[in-house]
Write a protein that binds this ligand. Structure first.
Ligand code: SAM
Length: 382
């Protein structure tokens, strides 16, 4: 770097340090930090006012809602990422590895499974999978996109027949079922706190057409904060779970104790290529309590018990297309969904969810998917 460019970088950093609102919220002077937090409160209030007006019945046609998100999100991502950290806990590591797990199960994962399963798609091999499908290799259906996503994971994690694998936050057992179908001697353990999702897998473990019934799948219903395994695994994977982990350092230390010395650990998460982690007041209240979207450097910055040896960024348009397919399924099943019990009026529930789904279709497509996407990280013992 020439002395001129070094100088201009220093100037830029100083500028971001003293000026509120722009740039990385971590780098702010105390005054600029306080001012930024003040503006964040205003942004939160506006966001919640718009969202709650919609939830409570304000008629906004989908294209109008979409264009609102399409207009605002690129501006936030590119110029004001510091305003996307609505709470201090988004910026710091929390006490527990996974925070607010009980609320999360109630508000999200233990919802009537008839709704989640139909929205996510429930097929003979591809069970509901609540994470990104891979569309960029030409998939034409949600099911194909999820198969291609798992094939991609198999390749990057270099799964070999005969291995003993742990899926940390295994959802409905989609990833284990698919991988067990491809490798006749692989063994899987799935950990999940959602009782309803575990009930789904228990059903599959009794269904002779399911690979979960092969005797090679062990289900553990429990919280990853308390997880403990006697055996060690050749490979550990976790897909779409670390947005619920508030303390990566603790989680990685724990996972390191489950991994064989030559083992490999694969993390797949929503990630942002903004300077700071982000979240939203809306998703925190209505969709994912304490959900946070980690910055792309968060995993490699925590090389302690485990170290990152490879990482990949998956363009957000893959997730935007996945959310669009879920939104379509959600809309196509309204008659059936209306009869399920959500603990609140269905009309309100429907609006809460449509706001989330429409927003995320737009969110992941913003900035051509280059800022808000998914990250994959391959880690080994340090
Ligand atoms: C977005 S879903 C992804 C599920 C699955 N890996 C997939 O790709 O379909 C996140 C999963 O993490 C589980 N989970 C979240 N917090 C957890 C916790 N504290 N302990 C165990 N599982 C948890 C949820 O129940 C859910 O199954």
């Amino acid at each position: 770097m020439t002395s001129v460019s070094v100088e201009s970088k220093i100037k830029k950093e100083n500028f971001q340090h003293y000026i509120p609102v722009i740039g990385d919220i971590h780098d702010k002077s105390p005054l600029a930090y306080q001012a930024t937090c003040g503006v964040v409160n205003v942004v939160n209030s506006v966001q919640m006012a718009v969202a709650e007006a919609y939830i409570n019945g304000l008629e906004v046609p989908d294209p109008v809602l979409r264009s609102l998100f399409d207009t605002c999100m690129p501006v936030f991502f590119k110029h004001f990422p510091s305003l996307l950290a609505p709470y201090e806990w988004v910026l710091q590591e929390t006490e527990d590895a996974a925070e607010g797990a009980k609320d999360l199960m109630k508000i999200q994962y233990d919802l009537p499974q008839g709704m989640l399963n139909r929205m996510l798609g429930d097929r003979s091999l591809i069970y509901p999978k609540y994470s990104m499908g891979l569309w960029e290799k030409g998939a034409e259906t949600l099911e194909q996109s999820q198969m291609q996503m798992i094939d991609d994971i198999i390749e990057k994690l270099d799964i070999q027949d005969g291995e003993n694998i742990l899926d940390f936050g295994c959802g409905w057992g989609c990833v284990p079922n698919y991988i067990l179908s491809k490798f006749p001697n692989v063994r899987f353990t799935g950990l999940n706190l959602s009782h309803e999702q575990c009930e789904y897998m228990r059903g599959k473990m009794k269904d002779p057409t399911s690979y979960l019934s092969s005797g090679r799948f062990t289900l553990v219903e429990g919280d990853l904060n308390e997880a403990h395994f006697e055996e060690k695994f050749d490979k550990i994977l976790t897909v779409g779970v670390f947005c619920h982990v508030g303390n990566m350092t603790k989680a990685f230390s724990k996972i390191a104790t489950f991994l064989k010395p030559e083992g490999k650990f694969f993390v797949h998460i929503i990630t942002v290529r903004t300077p700071n982690n982000i979240s939203s007041a809306y998703t925190h209240k209505y969709i994912f309590p304490h959900g946070r979207y980690w910055n792309f450097d968060a995993v490699p910055n925590r090389n302690k018990d485990l170290k990152t040896v490879k990482r990949w960024y998956l363009n957000g348009t893959n997730y935007s297309t996945t959310f669009a397919a879920w939104l379509q399924n959600f809309d196509d099943n309204q008659a059936y969904f209306g009869d399920l019990d959500y603990g609140i009026d269905f009309a309100k529930f429907r609006r809460i969810w449509r706001f989330y789904l429409i927003w995320f279709v737009s969110n992941f497509a913003s900035c051509d998917g280059e800022i808000n996407g998914n990250g994959q990280f391959l880690l080994v013992h340090s």
